[in-house]
Design a protein around this ligand. Sequence first.
Ligand code: ASP
Length: 395
Amino acid sequence: MKWLKRTENQTLLAILLAIAVGTLWPGITQFEVLGKIFLRLLKMVVLPLVFTSVFSSIAGLGTLRSFERLGLLSLVYYFCTTALAVFTGLVLVHLLHPAAPISFHAVPKLKSLNPKDLLLDLFPENMVRSFAEDRVIPVLFLALILGGACLQAREKGLPLKTLLDSLNETLLALTRGIVRFTPVGVFFLVGPLVACQGPSSLLGLGGYILTVILGLAFHATLTLPLLLWLWGKVSPWRYFLAVREAPFLAFSTASSSATLPVTLEVAEDRAGVRPEVAGFVLPLGATVNMDGTALYEAVAAMFIAFSYGLSLGGTQSLLVFLTAVLASVGAAGIPGAGLVTMTLVLQSVGLPLEGLGLILAVDRFLDMLRTSVNVWGDLVGVKIIDKVLARSGSF
Ligand code: ASP
């Protein structure tokens, strides 16, 4: 069968099979280690890849002017789409008004987040330690400023650029090797998860789950494709078919960061995005641009408010809107990160952090969905930005 020869189709099949096997055979949890090995391989390449791809992309731009254009366009795209996602979530949650009778199974122990700490976290205190501690955001920042500095250094910076370009290509070749195992890895990630959590954890929170799913579906199948079509002049369906492996993997890993090597690979190799654009927009997007997470945070905060019998007014809804955008920017691309940064949203409108206990049981499942939307949002963005820059003749 020709259809089954493609890794992306095998990956989809592996997800469906894993759901069936995980439901019927709890013993699959014994093989969880195979999924974990696959995840480790991906995580192993992420940090160096973030560094080399962002650095090479900026150092390859030629001028600081092009860097500014690319950076500005990316930020505009990230902000507009995240705001649209939150808006969709807020409209839906007000229409459907989901609420749950309050009964806490587990109260999460979460320390409250402080926007100042989030800001401080951006800046590396020690270049080497940021790598050793596996911290993506300071590494990203480092790559941005070093890439810019390399441009400034002109021909003196060229040997460093050549070296990091070569490391970047080598890491991408390694990624291509790891990607061949995606169907197997995905099977052993999703199967044990379904066996452990089971569909029963989804009961009782139907209205909330439905609101998040409808919002994510609206954003992923209408808003983003429309932008791609209007702004990027690309057929959304054809583009999705070319890059679908990345959202599938995002669903299985619930991590934008772990998916990043594959996101880069599909964008460059299968969708023809120029490496200097993909190398900048995608690593940045994987940490900054999280449409799915932002939408979920807004819906979840409102759901918690409704469950406590509160109804938030216009100013408070605006606060939820703004903090949900901010909290999604601050969320790392790892499983459950959105749940942690949601403390920001709850605090902004004075909702008790214990409210998170209400949604904990279904968080992993919704995390898988919102991460797919996060990655799809990054992929739509990179194509639009690539097209817009090419049309304007910037580079
Ligand atoms: N897991 C999400 C991601 O990696 C972040 C979140 O928890 O919403 O994109």
